[in-house]
Write a protein that binds this ligand. Structure first.
Ligand SMILES: CC(=O)N[C@H]1[C@@H](OP(=O)(O)OP(=O)(O)OC[C@H]2O[C@@H](n3ccc(=O)[nH]c3=O)[C@H](O)[C@@H]2O)O[C@H](CO)[C@@H](O)[C@@H]1O
Ligand SMILES: C=C(OP(=O)(O)O)C(=O)O
Length: 509
């Protein structure tokens, strides 16, 4: 009996160590023991004291022994020191979630290489598992293998996990080919104000999907006789709505034309993946997509999503706020050009290498080295636009950068009802941010950052912006309840620490 427990604990420890990317030697070093002792522990051949278990948990930031429910995660940041060195941009959250939904189209095995291991992905995996899909991380990697069941069981869906993400809305496109009738929980996600799903429902009507919303569920029924007879014109150029229509079109044998499609990065990744599944797509990277799908898709396929432009922007902002020279490797340059031009307009200097290709063979990457120096406010206001424009999710990072620049900058977030409001949280760490109305903030820089204790705003990018400001603030800051950051960034604290930051994760007991 004891040996079974030891083996199970050993396996847990081994998995957590691999997830952290640590060798047995490295773990041994942090525990003050030998590699062979770690090997014995992982094989379940070593009795463990409670103290040792706690120390292993601390080293791996993983709690093997939990006292009741483990509380929310917090960060303690000792700020005020510049960063240095190089960091790789990881693959994007938004492509990851689209590809996970797209795996539902395929009867064969889908392997997604180098996927972001983030909470948003974890929630979708919980949902997929609950409806019968088999998923497993391949050993020592961020590669995920997905195998569908013969029949999906939507009645068993993990409602709690589904409600924590907005992505679940993208199950509609693939599922309308599989089922005549099904229910999906309402989409959740970051608290950014009302986010309509009407464009999704309107566009998918062309594929015979009818949806009524009752009691927290979308009740869907499908008339399989109906297929798009004319181009589908999206009323807004949204990313996930474009993806949902692509997912529906992928199994429609006729031609589907999508107009006012988003050509944004995650949509491009989805298109490249669908091509691997045998779906024909013309117009990738433009606002008109022409798709010829396949009734049945049954292939063993591998795909590597591309790097996250929003993470690249976050790292750029980290360099600016801490006045540091760092090299950000694997920057998807096509999706950051306007941001860089805006930064140049504010006086920023940087160097970039020649382009090379991402593992998907399509997305162009560069390595970018930041050069510290004073910035000034831009002449015009900064506002986002659908791609190709300054990315909506990058806008909060410009608020942080504006707070570092000399002069007054107006940031105009016309997109989200709440996101600009959260930027006023920066006042808690010393910035002068004035909310003009729910969509516009006026920021006066430069800022003398000061340490503070702040509850993380309930939105991913504003949360990261506060964290990065804390890196610049001399002294100890605390950012509480950072689930929302972990939704979109993998091991952000550890990776910033590798650049010289001091960030510690902790939880309430
Ligand atoms: C999983 C994923 O990929 N999420 C991204 C996706 O979310 P998603 O596609 O879900 O974004 P939404 O559909 O909510 O669009 C964002 C907001 O923009 C408005 N809108 C959008 C386009 C347009 O032409 N006109 C317009 O008014 C929408 O009404 C909405 O209020 O796109 C957002 C906007 O880029 C990003 O913040 C999210 O990171
Ligand atoms: C708003 C965002 O994404 P989501 O659609 O996942 O909420 C984001 O990435 O900042």
């Amino acid at each position: 009996m004891t040996s079974t427990y030891l083996t199970r604990i050993g396996t847990l420890i081994r998995d957590a160590r691999r997830h952290k990317g640590m060798t047995q030697n490295e773990l041994a070093e942090s525990l003050g023991t030998s590699q062979s002792a770690v090997a014995r522990i992982e094989q379940g051949k070593q009795n463990l004291s409670l103290e040792m278990l706690a120390r292993i948990g601390e080293s791996l930031d993983s709690e093997f022994v939990s006292l009741g429910h483990s509380g929310p995660q917090h960060l303690r940041i000792i700020g005020g020191t510049p960063l240095s060195g190089s960091i790789d941009v990881k693959t994007s959250k938004n492509a990851a979630v689209a590809l996970l939904c797209a795996s539902l189209l395929n009867k064969g095995r889908t392997t997604l290489r180098n996927l972001a291991r983030i909470e948003e992905v974890n929630r979708i995996l919980e949902v997929l598992t609950s409806i019968g899909v088999r998923t497993r991380w391949l050993p020592d990697s961020n590669d995920l293998e997905i195998t569908p069941p013969a029949q999906l069981d939507l009645s068993a869906i993990d409602v709690a996990a589904a409600r924590r993400t907005r992505t679940v809305i993208m199950f509609l496109g693939p599922l309308l080919h599989e089922l005549d009738q099904f229910a999906l929980p309402y989409a959740g996600g970051c608290d950014l104000g009302t986010r309509t799903v009407e464009p999704h429902l309107a566009a998918l009507r062309s594929f015979g999907l009818g949806v009524t919303a009752t009691g927290g569920f979308y009740d869907a029924s499908v008339n399989h006789q109906i297929v798009p007879g004319k181009p589908i014109v999206l009323t807004e150029r949204g990313d996930t709505v474009t993806e949902n229509v692509l997912l529906a079109a992928a199994r429609n044998e006729g031609e589907t034309v999508i107009r006012n499609a988003s050509p944004n990065y995650m949509v491009q990744d989805l298109c490249f993946f669908l091509q691997e599944l045998g779906v024909e797509i013309e117009g990738i990277g433009t606002t008109t997509l022409t798709v010829r799908g396949r009734r049945t898709i049954d292939v063993d396929v591998e795909y590597s999503p591309s790097e996250d432009p929003i993470e690249a922007m976050s790292l750029l902002a980290a360099a600016v706020v801490t006045d540091s020279e760092i090299t950000i490797r694997r920057v998807p340059i096509e999706f950051l050009e306007i941001e860089l031009a805006t930064l140049e307009g504010m006086g920023m200097k940087y160097g970039i290498t020649d382009e090379y290709l991402s593992a998907n063979g399509r997305t162009r990457l560069v390595d970018l080295t930041t050069m510290p120096g004073p910035l000034h406010a831009p002449i015009d206001k900064i506002h986002p636009m659908p791609f190709p424009g300054l990315n909506i999710d990058n806008l909060p990072f410009f608020a942080l950068i504006a707070a570092c620049a000399e002069g007054t900058t107006m940031i105009h977030d016309w997109v989200y009802e709440n996101r600009a409001i959260y930027l006023t949280e920066l006042t808690k760490v010393g910035a002068k941010v004035q909310l003009l109305d729910p969509h516009r903030v006026m920021i006066e820089g430069p800022t003398r950052w000061r340490a503070a204790e702040v509850i993380c705003p309930p939105a991913l990018r504003p949360g990261v912006v506060v964290l990065l400001a804390m890196l610049a603030a001399p002294g100890t800051s605390v950012l509480r309840n950072v689930y929302v950051i972990n939704r979109g960034y993998e091991d952000l604290a550890e990776r910033l620490n590798a650049l010289g930051a001091t960030i510690e994760t902790f939880r309430d007991i």
